[in-house]
Design a protein around this ligand. Structure first.
Ligand code: KG4
Ligand code: ZN
Length: 336
């Protein structure tokens, strides 16, 4: 029987990535070209610069991912590409490359939602997921909680009212003068703090909504930083640990309620913030308390990558889903 080999393309923001995945979960290659250095000098992602860089990187990464996977163009059974959400220009570069490949190789292509793929990343190089599951995506642009009946059957339980968790890390790190991306920098500092970190007060929604909110924390952290600027490395580490601890409290509070109500078999976690060891440890405890299996992929599949796109794409293609050549990119859009 012919192998099911799908090539995935991810270009929604500031990472260009191309991967080859076999049978929807076995990752044969996952090439990533990050643009962080390029955007750093502007203090944030510049959409036009991102698009141009994707255009330069894709013709290098596509053959390189195939070579790494020891797969020829003719061996491919399908192409999967991120079509939503993201920067419109950046998405269109990946989508056009995917259409070109699909057309010339006479194979189908499928348009993938980036957030659904962050959830699917839990399946990569691992056993099938046990459903029902609770799914948490914590990234630079999204903080969302889902009830998942099966792949393709989702119910949104909560999302952020303001900033995403990663965005809060990035903004507070900038305010602290640490650089971008803020998550890994704050995590490294926080690890230097010994003892109880304490926490900032969490903002409660007046309507008792279960939605996340991180902008109050960002403001509280900024005010404290200005009022009592850390005097040395130890105080700076304590400040980072206190901020991180509050982010974790905010996440865990919502996850616990969802776990309590749904009693799922699995807890799936994805997105860049899931690279954070303290976040992973706190979620592990939560899954254990509810006798659920924690499915959080290794860091390389938590941050933006094309393996998750190819994996979900293979799953969708196998169930008969495919996109027409007229498919277009959508900078917002949902998948549930
Ligand atoms: O999923 P991702 O790679 O891109 C988006 O789709 O947004 O997530 C990037 C976000 C950034 O905000 C970054 O600061 C955060 O993930 N992040 C972390 C860590 N590594 C990356 N946040 C906390 N701790 C980390 N170790
Ligand atoms: Zn992402």
């Amino acid at each position: 029987m012919a192998k099911n080999l799908v090539l995935g393309i991810e270009s929604s923001c500031d990472e260009t990535s191309v991967a080859v995945v076999e049978d929807g979960y076995r990752v044969l290659s996952n090439e990533v070209a990050t643009q962080i250095e390029l955007h750093n000098r502007y203090g944030g992602v510049v959409p036009e610069v991102a698009s141009r860089q994707h255009l330069e990187s894709l013709p290098i990464l596509i053959p390189s991912a195939l070579k790494q996977a020891q797969v020829a163009y003719d061996d491919l059974s399908g192409i999967a590409v991120t079509a939503s959400p993201g920067l419109i220009g950046a998405l269109l570069i990946g989508l056009s490359a995917a259409k070109g490949l699909a057309l010339s190789l006479k194979i189908p292509f499928v348009a993938i939602h980036h957030i659904e793929a962050h959830l699917y990343a839990a399946r990569l190089n691992d056993e099938p997921v046990l459903f029902p599951a609770i799914g948490l995506v914590v990234s630079g642009g999204h903080t969302e909680l889902y009830h998942i009946e099966d792949w393709g059957v989702y119910r949104l339980l909560a999302s952020t009212r303001d900033d995403a968790a990663g965005e809060a890390y990035d903004k507070v790190a900038k305010m602290m003068g640490l650089g971008y991306p803020g998550g890994p920098l704050i995590e490294k500092l926080a690890q230097k703090h010994q003892g109880a970190p304490g926490h900032f007060s969490l903002s409660r929604m007046k309507d008792h909504s279960q939605d996340f909110s991180f902008s109050g924390l960002k403001t509280a952290a900024s005010l404290e930083f200005k009022k009592n600027p850390p005097k040395d490395e130890a105080e700076l580490a304590h400040f980072a640990a206190k901020f991180q601890n509050t982010v974790i409290e905010e996440i865990i509070l919502r996850v616990r309620k969802a776990m309590f109500e749904a009693r799922p078999k699995s807890l799936l976690v994805g997105g860049g913030v899931a690279c954070n060891q303290a976040v992973r440890d706190a979620l592990k405890k939560e899954a254990n308390d509810f006798k659920a299996v924690l499915r959080v992929p290794p860091p390389k599949f938590c941050s933006d990558n094309a393996a998750m796109i190819a994996g979900l794409g293979a799953h969708q293609l196998a169930s008969g889903k495919m996109a027409p050549l007229s498919a277009t990119a959508n900078p917002t859009g949902s998948f549930y």
